[in-house]
Design a protein around this ligand. Structure first.
Ligand code: ADP
Length: 472
């Protein structure tokens, strides 16, 4: 038979390097032991848990396992493999398993741990088991589940509550936390508190497999080195984030400031145009039209930058209304055709399509259509036509904009929807743009719970697709 003292010692033996043998606290019936094991892989947890439980059963103790169903099942299989007759142990009351997932919500009242519920659900099992005077060992997973749920404070309260019961009834308690759930700088204090609530802290399997003091000290030093590197990385990232934030704030402010003089310039240009019309100066009117077109371009670029900075800060405003999307497309195609001499914009709709009503921001969606049409024209200088198609399926409206231009190579097709991404090759580098239009379109379509994607073949042309949910 393996004694309780022996198994506790074996569990904590990997902690013992650097601790003199005589300083180690032995476990004996009546002396509370509260062990915490951090682990990386479930396989390791089950292995050490089955060693812990099977040793308890062999020592004639009562074992209570408060675990998730999945862990309990794996544990029982491992116990069977080790030759433990789990069914018999269950029958004679030496093995009890309680479903942690079931118990957890019953332990909480308004999100806080209720000690009286603990007494009802788990405490009475402890009292009953201790009546046998055979020794008691427990595995408890409730704290880990609370932690994984983001309820660190409740997990720490539960550890403290376990300690109260431990002091009164003197048993052996084994807790286990997956290390991945404990990661994060914000959890440092809570993590320390968890450790403080235990009589023995066992690091993850990466540490427990080490065989001598030198290996342990090397591993600790390596971990310290990694922690220091991470600190530097975190500091660098937060500095980069701040820079990014400042950049967005600057773009937002600058574009806002630029809009005012542009508006004044446009008004003055309109006055000048009227004046020159009266003078019938056709040459001056030609220059004015060119200036107007350039001002329009600057104004679109500024709007794009402003939108982008609003997207970054999550403040792109949307106004929702019900409207006919196909009418919006028809109007936009018509307006764009008036400003385009090089291409024919062809709208194809199936007969009897009816009204395709969507719920959304008319101006923002019109911005998407304009952007796709502008790109289709811009990136197909040799072509003469752009085809816009609208069709309807059961719950969605599908629009496509097809051009017969330079097309986009496969490796760029996903990336062009990222902000500031432009295809850099000999052909496209001569075209003006900032690489933000499609990222804004993507954001707008996403906001409307739709999809935007491209199908393209280099040298043959591109088709951009938009789907939006319809109001049924
Ligand atoms: P911009 O056109 O201002 O650079 P966009 O975000 O609208 O920015 O487009 C991103 C990139 O995707 C463009 O730089 C271009 O390389 C590519 N692209 C967009 N539309 C087309 C198209 N219809 N045909 C070919 N390439 C396109």
């Amino acid at each position: 038979m393996i004694s309780s003292k022996k198994i506790t010692s074996s569990i904590i033996q990997h902690l013992s390097f650097g601790i003199k043998e005589k300083q180690r606290r032995p476990s004996s019936p009546g002396i509370p032991e509260h062990i915490v094991q951090f682990y990386e892989a479930d396989v390791f947890l089950i292995k050490s848990l089955s060693t812990y439980i099977s040793a308890g059963l062999q020592a004639g103790e009562v074992c209570i396992v408060v675990a998730t169903q999945a862990h309990a099942l794996c544990l029982e299989q491992a116990l069977q493999t080790q030759g433990v007759d789990v069914a018999a142990a269950r029958r004679d009351g030496s093995y009890r398993s309680l479903d942690a997932t079931d118990i957890l919500p019953q332990l909480l009242v308004n999100g806080e741990l209720a000690p009286e519920r603990f007494a009802e659900l788990i405490g009475h099992e402890i009292v009953q088991a201790q009546q046998h005077q055979r020794g008691l060992r427990i595995f408890g997973e409730l704290v880990a589940l609370l932690w994984k749920d983001g309820k660190q404070a409740a997990a720490i309260c539960l550890e403290a509550l376990w300690n109260e019961w431990l002091r009164t009834y003197g048993f052996l308690l084994y807790c286990a936390y997956p290390l991945s759930a404990c990661a994060g700088k914000g959890y440092e204090q809570e993590f320390l508190k968890v450790c403080e609530h235990h009589t023995h802290v066992i690091p993850t399997e990466g540490y427990t497999t080490l065989t001598n003091q030198k290996e342990c000290l090397c591993t600790v030093s390596l971990l310290q080195q990694k922690a220091a590197s991470l600190e530097i990385e975190v500091a660098a990232r937060s500095a980069a984030q701040e820079l990014e934030h400042n950049k967005d704030a600057f773009i937002g402010m600058a574009s806002h400031e630029l809009k005012t003089p542009i508006t004044s310039l446009k008004c003055m240009l309109a006055l000048l145009q009227r004046y020159e019309e009266a003078q019938k100066d056709t040459k001056a009117l030609q220059y004015i039209a060119q200036m107007d077109a350039q001002l329009e371009r600057i104004s679109r670029l500024i709007s794009d930058l402003l939108d982008l900075s609003r997207i970054q800060s999550g403040k792109l405003p949307y106004q929702t209304e019900r409207f006919a999307f196909n009418t919006l497309v028809q109007d936009t195609v018509k307006t764009m055709q008036e400003t385009t001499r090089t291409h024919r914009l062809i709208l194809e709709e199936p007969e009897g399509l009816g009204v395709l009503e969507v719920l959304g921001d008319r101006d923002r969606l019109s911005q998407v259509v304009i952007n796709l049409l502008t790109n289709a024209i811009k990136y197909s200088p040799q072509a003469e036509r752009v085809i816009v198609r609208i069709i309807k399926s059961t719950e969605q409206m599908h629009m496509s904009v097809q051009d017969f231009g330079m097309g986009i190579a496969r490796e760029h097709q996903q990336k062009i929807f990222e902000r500031f991404y432009r295809v850099h090759d000999i052909e496209t580098s001569t075209y003006p743009g900032l690489g933000v239009g499609l990222s804004i379109c993507s954001e707008i379509v996403d906001w409307h719970k739709g999809h935007l994607w491209v199908d393209s073949q280099k040298g043959k042309g591109s088709t951009f697709y938009v789907t939006l949910p319809l109001i049924c």
